[in-house]
Design a protein around this ligand. Structure first.
Ligand code: NAD
Length: 253
């Protein structure tokens, strides 16, 4: 346990099997929250037991399925909802396929509509809550090359966040989103490998990703989790309706 900033809170995290979701579930548990870590991939999710934190409960939750979402929210009764699930498609608008578009709109955008619709009544009845949605620097903050579908869906997350923040502010709900630059995670490693195969040079692919961040490195998932903890906690009690950029200087130059 590193602190008690989330003591007494119940936090539901989607996509907690790996990457930022996993790091955030662990960070929130270390701050004293009762954490409900969920994912569709139970093999990945079960590895979170290695963190040896008794206050993390795991269960399967598919954010693309209404019933799974409503059952998960009913079980967790969260004060904190971290909507982390999302997928990155590669390509410009002329390469974007309709099935990819439908998939991304459902996983990256509608999933959050589902979870927020299910969680808001619970939070309002509890007297308030904090929602943290996963957006990205790519989209509304900066145009990243070959991220048409991804950027579009992540920009939609910013709009949803602001809408929920303004509509429920009087009921004690805060709703923020986070816009990371490139973050080390299993799916990011897959993207580097894929680009490396296209270029025939893995090191060159790695260099392309890393050089986007003027700091000369990508973020760790734990650095993003620290922002999630802050936005989830009462320390950020005067903050709502904002997109919080954490991108190693990518958009700040
Ligand atoms: P990741 O992409 O490596 O892992 C994603 C997780 O989502 C997996 O555990 C997977 O099983 C889960 N998942 C997939 N479909 C699901 C579903 N239907 N229901 C529930 N869970 C599902 O993790 P990451 O790279 O840390 O990305 C997490 C989030 O952060 C995504 O929304 C991503 O767009 C966003 N993000 C990532 C980066 C980055 O560089 N890694 C940057 C900005 C934003």
């Amino acid at each position: 346990m590193t602190g008690q900033r989330l003591s007494g809170k119940r936090a539901l995290v989607t996509a907690a099997g790996q990457g930022i979701g996993r790091a955030s579930a662990i960070a929130m548990a270390k701050e004293g929250a009762q954490v409900f870590a969920t994912d569709v991939n139970m093999d990945a999710l079960s590895t979170i037991r290695g963190a040896n934190l008794e206050n993390i409960e795991i269960f399967e939750l598919n954010v693309r399925d209404d019933q799974s979402v409503s059952e998960g929210i009913a079980r967790a009764k969260p004060d904190i909802l971290f909507n982390c699930a999302g997928f990155v498609h590669h390509g410009a608008v002329l390469e974007a396929q309709d099935d990819e578009l439908e998939f991304a709109l459902d996983l990256n955008v509608r999933s959050m509509v589902r979870t927020m619709r299910a969680a808001l009544p619970v939070m309002i009845e509890n007297g308030g809550g904090s929602i943290v949605n996963m957006s990205s620097a790519a989209g509304s903050v900066i145009g990243a090359p070959n991220r048409f579908i991804y950027g579009m869906t992540k920009a939609a997350v910013v709009g949803m966040t602001k809408s929920v923040a303004v509509d429920y502010i009087k009921q004690g709900i805060r709703c923020n989103c986070i816009c990371p630059g490139t973050v080390e995670s299993p799916s990011w490693h897959d993207r580097v490998t894929e680009l490396g195969e296209q270029l025939g040079d893995y090191d060159k692919a790695m260099e392309q990703f890393v050089s986007r961040q003027p700091m000369g490195r990508v973020a760790s998932a734990e650095e993003i989790a620290a922002l999630v903890v802050y936005l989830a906690s009462d320390e950020s009690g005067f903050t709502t309706g904002h997109a919080h950029v954490i991108d190693g200087g990518w958009s700040g130059q």
